[in-house]
Write a protein that binds this ligand. Structure first.
Ligand code: EPU
Length: 414
């Protein structure tokens, strides 16, 4: 089993480049199913979730090859259904449902099952697809969606779900007529999918605002595309820099995508400088405690909540972090207790008593972002730590060990 060995207590220093966004590219890959021909996507992170999505595409008869950070996709015919094993290992596989339904009039997919960060129902996806004319059935742990031609509809999401917004957009691009999606998610990844679909020949507007309009077109082609930088990876390294009192320059960051985090870091006393596509983090004299809660974009991202909670351990005083998106995203705090962290959970809030010394310990990552948070904690703590369960971290961070080593961290993977 792979482990990360960390000698903590050393500030990070140097420059790294942030790669493409996991939560965008996975959906661009699903969107390709709607088109015909060859796609070339660059700046694709070489992470396990992308490899899983390559497997999903291949199971549908679509050619997909990842070489370095370049992904080639060849769409001729599309057929079949993704194997249960892949869908259960990565929830984002359900993003092929909208495209399959639009293209084939039928999508059959296993229910993604439980998740370490909380229950994650699909009701908003299914409700929207049925408003577009799909008939949905749940049988033997699978969802079967069928449609005899999708039609445009005026849809209001009960909650701005990222995945449901994307599935609805992708199903609607080839529907007859116009679809309006209200209370849509506004994440930068939604804007990226709009751009990608439009380059394929779709007519989508409004992404990034709560109202998205999709005018159906009969056919979509192919395109070449560069995926946006990963704002969560950027945020993770910015927090790691602040947590170690380091001085780090992050290249290939779109500053307004990480602004909700930068505002919090600034309020905590971390000096930050922003340039065009560059973020610089400088050492703080002293960190102030914070009170924050996660929210859909442009609020503070839940995918940075565990990492920020770790940073709050360094602030002098009591911080309160409220998780408002997931019902079980504090599991990693039990591992932090092994370092001497004082965090108490009160429902969906973590009360963090910062400013106490942390010492190295052996920790077990239980999910992707929680795992990244444990690594940051290991970098902060005095002495030696180890983190196991790295397969969770490998789902979403390309070579996190190498990136940290490039910043001078004393980490090795064994
Ligand atoms: N929800 C429902 N019903 C639905 C859909 C969602 O109740 O039909 C609930 C979920 O249970 C959850 C909340 O709405 O409590 C947010 O879910 P959303 O659909 O917005 O999230 P997602 O599309 O499943 C994406 C990212 C997550 C990220 C969330 C929120 C991808 C592949 N995943 O998930 O990323 O946390 O948006 O920003 O894009 C990660 O990268 O570590 C990760 C978990």
């Amino acid at each position: 089993m792979a482990k990360l060995l960390i000698e903590g207590g050393h500030p990070l220093k140097g420059t790294i480049r942030i790669g493409g966004a996991k939560n965008s590219v996975l959906k661009l890959m699903a969107a390709a199913i709607l088109g015909h021909g060859s796609f070339h996507i660059s700046d694709v992170p070489a992470i396990d979730d992308v490899r899983t999505m390559v497997g999903v595409l291949r199971s549908l008869g679509v050619g997909a090859v990842l070489q370095g950070n370049e992904l080639s996709i060849f769409v001729n015919g599309v057929q079949g259904r993704p194997p249960e094993r892949l869908v259960q290992s990565m929830r984002a596989s359900i993003q092929v449902m909208g495209p399959l339904l639009a293209r084939l009039g039928r999508a059959e997919i296993a229910l993604p099952g439980g998740c370490a960060i909380g229950s994650r129902p699909l009701d908003i996806h299914l409700d929207s697809l049925s408003k577009l004319g799909a008939h949905i059935e749940e049988r033997d742990g699978r969802i079967i969606a069928t449609a005899d031609g999708l039609h445009g509809a005026d849809i209001t999401l009960r909650y701005p779900s990222v995945g449901a917004t994307e599935n609805t957009m992708m199903a609607a691009v080839r529907a007859k007529g116009t679809t309006i999606i209200r209370n849509a998610a506004r994440e930068p990844e939604i804007v990226d999918i709009q751009e990608f679909l439009n380059k394929m020949g779709a007519d989508v507007s409004g992404a990034g605002t709560p109202v998205i309009t999709v005018k159906g077109v009969p056919d979509l082609g192919s395109t070449n595309y560069r995926v946006i930088p990963d704002r969560i990876a950027a945020g993770t390294y910015a927090i790691a820099a602040a947590a170690t009192g380091g001085e780090v320059q992050l290249l290939n960051v779109i500053p307004h995508h990480v602004e909700p985090l930068l505002r919090i870091l600034t309020a905590m006393g971390v000096p930050i400088e922003v340039d065009e596509r560059i973020v610089r983090v400088y050492p703080a004299d002293r960190l102030h405690p914070i009170q924050v809660q996660t929210a859909p974009y442009p609020g503070f991202a839940t995918d940075l909540q565990p990492q920020l909670t770790v940073l709050a351990l360094k602030a002098q005083g009591t911080s309160i972090i409220r998780e408002a998106i997931y019902d079980n995203r504090f599991g990693y705090t039990y591992e932090l207790a092994k370092l001497g962290a004082s965090i108490s959970l009160e429902g969906n809030r973590a009360v963090v008593n910062g400013g106490r010394p942390l010492w190295g310990a052996s920790m077990n990552a239980g999910d992707l972002r929680g795992g990244a948070a444990l690594i940051i904690a290991g970098l902060m703590a005095e002495g030696h730590s180890e983190v196991v369960g790295l397969h969770h971290v490998d789902r979403g961070y390309e070579d996190i060990c190498g990136q940290l080593q490039a910043l001078g961290a004393r980490v090795i993977r064994v």
